[in-house]
Ligand binder design. Structure first.
Ligand code: PLP
Length: 369
Protein backbone atom coordinates (compact mmCIF):
# COMPACT_ATOMS: atom_id res chain seq x y z
CA UNK A 1 0.00 0.00 0.00
CA UNK A 2 1.00 3.59 -0.60
CA UNK A 3 -0.14 5.81 2.26
CA UNK A 4 -0.55 9.44 1.20
CA UNK A 5 -2.94 10.61 3.89
CA UNK A 6 -0.53 11.93 6.51
CA UNK A 7 -2.59 15.07 7.05
CA UNK A 8 -5.34 12.76 8.36
CA UNK A 9 -3.06 10.87 10.71
CA UNK A 10 0.36 9.31 11.09
CA UNK A 11 1.50 5.85 12.13
CA UNK A 12 2.89 5.52 15.64
CA UNK A 13 6.57 6.48 15.63
CA UNK A 14 8.78 3.61 16.89
CA UNK A 15 10.92 5.87 19.05
CA UNK A 16 7.75 7.23 20.61
CA UNK A 17 6.46 3.73 21.23
CA UNK A 18 9.64 2.71 23.01
CA UNK A 19 9.48 5.83 25.17
CA UNK A 20 5.87 4.94 26.03
CA UNK A 21 6.94 1.45 27.09
CA UNK A 22 9.72 2.92 29.22
CA UNK A 23 7.46 5.25 31.19
CA UNK A 24 4.60 2.75 31.41
CA UNK A 25 5.95 1.24 34.60
CA UNK A 26 5.39 4.54 36.43
CA UNK A 27 1.76 3.86 37.08
CA UNK A 28 1.30 6.09 40.11
CA UNK A 29 -1.30 8.82 40.02
CA UNK A 30 0.56 12.13 39.69
CA UNK A 31 -1.81 13.58 42.29
CA UNK A 32 -0.96 10.96 44.93
CA UNK A 33 1.28 12.17 47.72
CA UNK A 34 3.28 8.96 48.12
CA UNK A 35 6.57 8.29 46.36
CA UNK A 36 4.98 6.47 43.44
CA UNK A 37 2.68 9.42 42.78
CA UNK A 38 5.42 11.98 43.20
CA UNK A 39 7.62 10.05 40.84
CA UNK A 40 4.87 10.07 38.19
CA UNK A 41 4.36 13.79 38.75
CA UNK A 42 8.05 14.50 38.23
CA UNK A 43 8.00 12.51 35.02
CA UNK A 44 4.87 14.26 33.81
CA UNK A 45 6.56 17.60 34.33
CA UNK A 46 9.63 16.39 32.42
CA UNK A 47 7.45 15.72 29.40
CA UNK A 48 5.93 19.18 29.70
CA UNK A 49 9.37 20.78 29.97
CA UNK A 50 10.61 18.98 26.88
CA UNK A 51 7.66 20.35 24.91
CA UNK A 52 8.08 23.85 26.31
CA UNK A 53 11.80 23.93 25.52
CA UNK A 54 11.17 22.88 21.96
CA UNK A 55 8.54 25.46 21.13
CA UNK A 56 10.14 28.19 23.26
CA UNK A 57 7.45 28.67 25.89
CA UNK A 58 7.21 28.24 29.64
CA UNK A 59 6.12 24.78 30.88
CA UNK A 60 3.29 26.43 32.84
CA UNK A 61 1.86 27.60 29.55
CA UNK A 62 1.20 24.05 28.33
CA UNK A 63 -1.68 21.74 29.23
CA UNK A 64 -2.30 18.23 27.96
CA UNK A 65 -5.65 17.56 26.28
CA UNK A 66 -7.16 14.68 24.34
CA UNK A 67 -6.32 16.27 20.99
CA UNK A 68 -6.60 19.41 18.91
CA UNK A 69 -10.39 19.04 18.87
CA UNK A 70 -10.52 19.39 22.64
CA UNK A 71 -7.93 22.19 22.62
CA UNK A 72 -9.98 24.13 20.07
CA UNK A 73 -13.24 23.54 21.95
CA UNK A 74 -11.61 24.58 25.23
CA UNK A 75 -10.56 27.97 23.89
CA UNK A 76 -13.96 28.73 22.38
CA UNK A 77 -15.80 27.58 25.50
CA UNK A 78 -13.48 29.64 27.68
CA UNK A 79 -14.09 32.83 25.72
CA UNK A 80 -17.81 32.18 25.52
CA UNK A 81 -18.15 31.68 29.25
CA UNK A 82 -16.10 34.74 30.12
CA UNK A 83 -18.31 37.09 28.11
CA UNK A 84 -21.93 37.79 27.44
CA UNK A 85 -22.34 37.76 23.65
CA UNK A 86 -18.73 37.34 22.68
CA UNK A 87 -17.94 38.25 19.10
CA UNK A 88 -15.43 35.92 17.51
CA UNK A 89 -13.77 36.28 14.11
CA UNK A 90 -12.70 33.23 12.16
CA UNK A 91 -12.70 31.86 8.60
CA UNK A 92 -14.99 29.45 6.80
CA UNK A 93 -11.94 27.30 6.14
CA UNK A 94 -11.46 26.11 9.72
CA UNK A 95 -11.50 22.54 10.92
CA UNK A 96 -14.92 21.28 12.03
CA UNK A 97 -13.81 21.36 15.66
CA UNK A 98 -13.92 25.15 15.38
CA UNK A 99 -16.87 25.59 13.01
CA UNK A 100 -19.22 23.15 14.73
CA UNK A 101 -18.42 24.42 18.19
CA UNK A 102 -19.11 28.00 17.06
CA UNK A 103 -22.33 26.84 15.44
CA UNK A 104 -23.49 25.17 18.67
CA UNK A 105 -22.78 28.09 20.99
CA UNK A 106 -25.67 30.52 20.96
CA UNK A 107 -23.75 32.98 23.13
CA UNK A 108 -21.19 33.57 20.40
CA UNK A 109 -21.61 35.93 17.47
CA UNK A 110 -19.39 34.90 14.60
CA UNK A 111 -17.95 36.87 11.70
CA UNK A 112 -16.13 35.16 8.88
CA UNK A 113 -13.18 37.00 7.45
CA UNK A 114 -12.77 37.02 3.67
CA UNK A 115 -10.24 34.65 2.15
CA UNK A 116 -8.78 34.89 -1.36
CA UNK A 117 -8.61 32.26 -4.10
CA UNK A 118 -5.62 30.69 -2.32
CA UNK A 119 -7.49 30.52 0.97
CA UNK A 120 -5.35 33.28 2.51
CA UNK A 121 -7.11 35.66 4.85
CA UNK A 122 -7.57 39.29 3.92
CA UNK A 123 -6.06 41.30 6.78
CA UNK A 124 -7.86 44.52 5.84
CA UNK A 125 -11.16 42.68 5.93
CA UNK A 126 -10.21 41.22 9.31
CA UNK A 127 -9.53 44.74 10.58
CA UNK A 128 -12.89 45.97 9.32
CA UNK A 129 -14.75 43.15 11.07
CA UNK A 130 -13.48 44.06 14.54
CA UNK A 131 -16.22 45.35 16.86
CA UNK A 132 -16.35 46.60 20.42
CA UNK A 133 -17.28 43.14 21.66
CA UNK A 134 -14.72 41.22 19.58
CA UNK A 135 -13.00 38.94 22.07
CA UNK A 136 -11.15 36.40 19.98
CA UNK A 137 -9.72 35.73 16.56
CA UNK A 138 -9.36 32.02 15.90
CA UNK A 139 -7.56 30.91 12.79
CA UNK A 140 -5.70 27.88 11.53
CA UNK A 141 -1.94 28.21 11.05
CA UNK A 142 -1.87 25.64 8.23
CA UNK A 143 -5.05 24.57 6.50
CA UNK A 144 -5.63 20.82 6.83
CA UNK A 145 -7.11 20.47 3.36
CA UNK A 146 -5.06 22.82 1.20
CA UNK A 147 -1.90 23.32 3.28
CA UNK A 148 -2.25 27.10 3.00
CA UNK A 149 -0.12 28.89 5.61
CA UNK A 150 -1.83 31.91 7.16
CA UNK A 151 0.07 35.13 7.91
CA UNK A 152 -0.15 34.70 11.70
CA UNK A 153 2.67 37.14 12.43
CA UNK A 154 0.95 39.94 10.50
CA UNK A 155 -2.34 39.18 12.22
CA UNK A 156 -0.63 39.38 15.62
CA UNK A 157 0.98 42.68 14.70
CA UNK A 158 -2.31 44.11 13.50
CA UNK A 159 -4.05 43.09 16.73
CA UNK A 160 -1.32 44.28 19.09
CA UNK A 161 -2.71 46.46 21.91
CA UNK A 162 -6.32 45.81 20.93
CA UNK A 163 -6.85 43.37 23.81
CA UNK A 164 -8.36 40.85 21.38
CA UNK A 165 -7.20 37.31 22.07
CA UNK A 166 -5.63 35.24 19.30
CA UNK A 167 -5.94 31.47 19.00
CA UNK A 168 -4.18 29.45 16.35
CA UNK A 169 -4.94 25.88 15.40
CA UNK A 170 -1.46 24.57 14.65
CA UNK A 171 -2.45 20.89 14.25
CA UNK A 172 -1.07 20.82 10.70
CA UNK A 173 1.85 23.16 11.31
CA UNK A 174 4.21 21.43 13.70
CA UNK A 175 7.00 19.66 11.83
CA UNK A 176 6.03 21.19 8.49
CA UNK A 177 6.33 24.96 8.94
CA UNK A 178 8.44 26.89 11.45
CA UNK A 179 6.81 27.08 14.88
CA UNK A 180 8.76 29.34 17.22
CA UNK A 181 6.32 30.71 19.79
CA UNK A 182 8.79 33.36 20.90
CA UNK A 183 8.21 34.96 17.50
CA UNK A 184 4.41 34.62 17.47
CA UNK A 185 2.44 36.71 19.91
CA UNK A 186 -0.59 34.43 20.22
CA UNK A 187 -2.64 33.72 23.36
CA UNK A 188 -3.64 30.14 22.63
CA UNK A 189 -2.43 27.40 20.33
CA UNK A 190 -3.73 23.87 19.65
CA UNK A 191 -1.54 20.91 18.72
CA UNK A 192 -2.49 17.31 17.92
CA UNK A 193 -0.33 14.31 18.87
CA UNK A 194 -1.29 11.92 16.10
CA UNK A 195 -0.12 14.33 13.43
CA UNK A 196 3.44 14.01 14.78
CA UNK A 197 3.73 10.28 15.40
CA UNK A 198 2.13 10.07 18.86
CA UNK A 199 -1.09 8.06 19.41
CA UNK A 200 -4.56 9.42 18.73
CA UNK A 201 -6.11 10.90 21.85
CA UNK A 202 -3.42 13.30 23.03
CA UNK A 203 -3.00 16.98 22.26
CA UNK A 204 -1.70 20.20 23.71
CA UNK A 205 -3.07 23.58 24.44
CA UNK A 206 -0.68 26.47 24.84
CA UNK A 207 -2.07 29.24 27.03
CA UNK A 208 0.01 32.39 27.25
CA UNK A 209 0.93 32.99 30.89
CA UNK A 210 -1.14 36.11 31.34
CA UNK A 211 -4.16 34.84 29.38
CA UNK A 212 -7.07 33.38 31.33
CA UNK A 213 -8.65 30.02 30.71
CA UNK A 214 -12.00 28.71 31.89
CA UNK A 215 -11.77 24.94 31.77
CA UNK A 216 -13.89 22.80 29.52
CA UNK A 217 -13.63 19.80 31.84
CA UNK A 218 -14.19 20.20 35.58
CA UNK A 219 -13.13 17.91 38.40
CA UNK A 220 -9.78 17.62 40.13
CA UNK A 221 -7.06 20.22 40.21
CA UNK A 222 -4.94 18.62 37.50
CA UNK A 223 -3.14 20.83 34.99
CA UNK A 224 -3.30 23.65 37.56
CA UNK A 225 -7.08 23.61 37.46
CA UNK A 226 -7.26 24.03 33.71
CA UNK A 227 -8.16 20.48 32.67
CA UNK A 228 -9.47 17.93 35.13
CA UNK A 229 -8.85 14.18 34.94
CA UNK A 230 -5.93 11.96 35.87
CA UNK A 231 -3.07 12.80 33.54
CA UNK A 232 -1.97 10.26 30.95
CA UNK A 233 1.74 10.07 31.63
CA UNK A 234 2.39 7.61 28.81
CA UNK A 235 0.71 9.81 26.22
CA UNK A 236 2.29 12.95 27.64
CA UNK A 237 5.68 11.40 26.95
CA UNK A 238 4.55 10.24 23.55
CA UNK A 239 3.63 13.73 22.44
CA UNK A 240 6.72 15.23 24.04
CA UNK A 241 8.96 13.00 21.94
CA UNK A 242 6.82 13.79 18.90
CA UNK A 243 7.32 17.51 19.45
CA UNK A 244 11.05 17.14 20.08
CA UNK A 245 11.56 15.11 16.89
CA UNK A 246 9.39 17.44 14.81
CA UNK A 247 11.48 20.42 15.92
CA UNK A 248 14.88 18.72 15.89
CA UNK A 249 14.42 17.21 12.42
CA UNK A 250 12.46 20.11 11.00
CA UNK A 251 14.91 21.27 8.30
CA UNK A 252 15.48 17.77 7.02
CA UNK A 253 11.79 16.85 7.06
CA UNK A 254 10.76 20.00 5.30
CA UNK A 255 13.38 19.61 2.59
CA UNK A 256 12.30 16.00 2.01
CA UNK A 257 8.64 16.94 1.84
CA UNK A 258 9.29 19.77 -0.59
CA UNK A 259 11.30 17.48 -2.83
CA UNK A 260 8.57 14.83 -2.79
CA UNK A 261 5.83 17.33 -3.49
CA UNK A 262 7.73 18.74 -6.47
CA UNK A 263 8.42 15.22 -7.68
CA UNK A 264 4.76 14.23 -7.53
CA UNK A 265 3.66 17.26 -9.52
CA UNK A 266 6.42 16.90 -12.10
CA UNK A 267 5.56 13.21 -12.52
CA UNK A 268 1.89 14.10 -13.13
CA UNK A 269 3.05 16.70 -15.66
CA UNK A 270 5.33 14.37 -17.55
CA UNK A 271 2.72 11.59 -17.55
CA UNK A 272 0.19 14.01 -19.00
CA UNK A 273 -2.32 13.75 -16.15
CA UNK A 274 -4.39 16.93 -16.20
CA UNK A 275 -4.70 18.68 -12.84
CA UNK A 276 -4.82 22.13 -11.26
CA UNK A 277 -3.50 23.01 -7.83
CA UNK A 278 -6.23 24.31 -5.53
CA UNK A 279 -3.66 26.30 -3.57
CA UNK A 280 -0.14 27.01 -4.72
CA UNK A 281 1.32 30.16 -3.23
CA UNK A 282 1.92 29.92 0.47
CA UNK A 283 1.51 26.22 1.02
CA UNK A 284 3.01 23.70 3.43
CA UNK A 285 5.07 21.08 1.56
CA UNK A 286 3.19 18.13 3.06
CA UNK A 287 -0.18 18.85 1.46
CA UNK A 288 -1.12 18.79 -2.23
CA UNK A 289 -4.74 19.57 -3.01
CA UNK A 290 -5.56 19.11 -6.68
CA UNK A 291 -8.52 19.51 -8.93
CA UNK A 292 -8.85 16.59 -11.37
CA UNK A 293 -11.21 17.68 -14.15
CA UNK A 294 -11.59 14.12 -15.47
CA UNK A 295 -13.00 12.39 -12.39
CA UNK A 296 -15.16 12.93 -9.31
CA UNK A 297 -13.62 12.69 -5.86
CA UNK A 298 -15.71 9.64 -5.00
CA UNK A 299 -14.63 7.65 -8.04
CA UNK A 300 -11.00 8.70 -7.76
CA UNK A 301 -10.82 7.69 -4.10
CA UNK A 302 -12.41 4.32 -4.88
CA UNK A 303 -10.12 3.65 -7.83
CA UNK A 304 -7.05 4.60 -5.83
CA UNK A 305 -8.22 2.48 -2.91
CA UNK A 306 -8.54 -0.53 -5.24
CA UNK A 307 -4.88 0.01 -6.12
CA UNK A 308 -3.98 0.45 -2.44
CA UNK A 309 -3.19 4.13 -2.73
CA UNK A 310 -4.66 5.97 0.23
CA UNK A 311 -5.48 9.65 -0.12
CA UNK A 312 -8.49 11.72 0.89
CA UNK A 313 -10.94 14.32 -0.30
CA UNK A 314 -13.94 15.97 1.25
CA UNK A 315 -15.29 14.41 4.43
CA UNK A 316 -16.71 10.96 4.88
CA UNK A 317 -20.42 10.87 5.61
CA UNK A 318 -22.64 8.16 7.12
CA UNK A 319 -23.52 6.52 3.82
CA UNK A 320 -19.83 5.77 3.25
CA UNK A 321 -19.71 8.28 0.42
CA UNK A 322 -17.75 11.51 0.34
CA UNK A 323 -19.23 14.94 0.82
CA UNK A 324 -17.46 17.71 -1.06
CA UNK A 325 -14.92 19.60 1.01
CA UNK A 326 -16.32 22.74 2.65
CA UNK A 327 -12.92 24.35 2.17
CA UNK A 328 -12.69 23.83 -1.60
CA UNK A 329 -16.38 24.67 -1.97
CA UNK A 330 -15.79 27.98 -0.25
CA UNK A 331 -12.61 28.75 -2.20
CA UNK A 332 -14.11 27.74 -5.58
CA UNK A 333 -17.48 26.01 -5.90
CA UNK A 334 -19.12 22.66 -5.25
CA UNK A 335 -18.37 21.33 -8.71
CA UNK A 336 -14.65 21.86 -8.21
CA UNK A 337 -14.83 20.45 -4.67
CA UNK A 338 -16.49 17.35 -6.13
CA UNK A 339 -13.46 16.81 -8.34
CA UNK A 340 -10.66 17.52 -5.91
CA UNK A 341 -8.49 15.32 -3.76
CA UNK A 342 -5.87 15.81 -1.09
CA UNK A 343 -2.57 13.98 -1.31
CA UNK A 344 -0.54 14.40 1.86
CA UNK A 345 2.90 13.07 2.55
CA UNK A 346 5.60 13.28 5.16
CA UNK A 347 9.30 12.71 5.66
CA UNK A 348 8.76 8.94 5.64
CA UNK A 349 7.31 8.95 2.14
CA UNK A 350 9.72 7.61 -0.48
CA UNK A 351 10.42 8.77 -4.03
CA UNK A 352 9.44 5.32 -5.19
CA UNK A 353 6.00 5.63 -3.57
CA UNK A 354 5.51 9.02 -5.17
CA UNK A 355 6.43 7.74 -8.63
CA UNK A 356 4.23 4.67 -8.27
CA UNK A 357 1.31 6.78 -7.08
CA UNK A 358 1.70 9.15 -10.05
CA UNK A 359 1.73 6.17 -12.43
CA UNK A 360 -1.49 4.87 -10.88
CA UNK A 361 -3.04 8.33 -11.34
CA UNK A 362 -2.05 8.07 -14.99
CA UNK A 363 -3.62 4.59 -15.35
CA UNK A 364 -6.88 5.81 -13.82
CA UNK A 365 -6.86 8.84 -16.08
CA UNK A 366 -6.31 6.65 -19.15
CA UNK A 367 -9.10 4.28 -18.19
CA UNK A 368 -11.61 7.11 -17.73
CA UNK A 369 -10.63 9.21 -20.69
N1 PLP B 1 -7.47 20.99 13.56
C1 PLP B 1 -6.88 20.66 12.41
C2 PLP B 1 -6.41 21.74 11.50
C3 PLP B 1 -6.72 19.32 12.07
O1 PLP B 1 -6.14 19.00 10.91
C4 PLP B 1 -7.17 18.33 12.96
C5 PLP B 1 -7.04 16.90 12.61
O2 PLP B 1 -7.86 16.33 11.96
C6 PLP B 1 -7.77 18.71 14.16
C7 PLP B 1 -7.91 20.05 14.43
C8 PLP B 1 -8.30 17.70 15.15
O3 PLP B 1 -7.24 17.08 15.82
P1 PLP B 1 -7.51 15.82 16.76
O4 PLP B 1 -7.73 14.66 15.87
O5 PLP B 1 -6.23 15.71 17.57
O6 PLP B 1 -8.66 16.12 17.62
Amino acid sequence: PIYLDYAATNPLDREILSKMMMVSTHYGNPSSVHKLGKNAKIRLERARELIADNIFVDPNEIIFTSGATESNNTVLESVSRANKNAHIITTKLEHKSILEKLEQDKNIEVSFVETDSEGLINIDDLKSKIRDNTKLITIHYVNNETGTIQPIKEICEMLRDTGILIHIDAAQALGHVPLDMSKLDVDYMSISGHKIGAPKGIGLLYIKSDSKLNPLIYGGEQERGRRAGTENLIYAHAISVGVRKAVRDFDERRATEQLLKNLFLSELNSLGVPYELNASKNVSPHIINIYLPFVTTDIMLTRLDLKDVYVSGGSACNAGTVQPSHVITDMYDENRANRSIRVSLNYMTTEDEIKKAATIFKEIYESLK
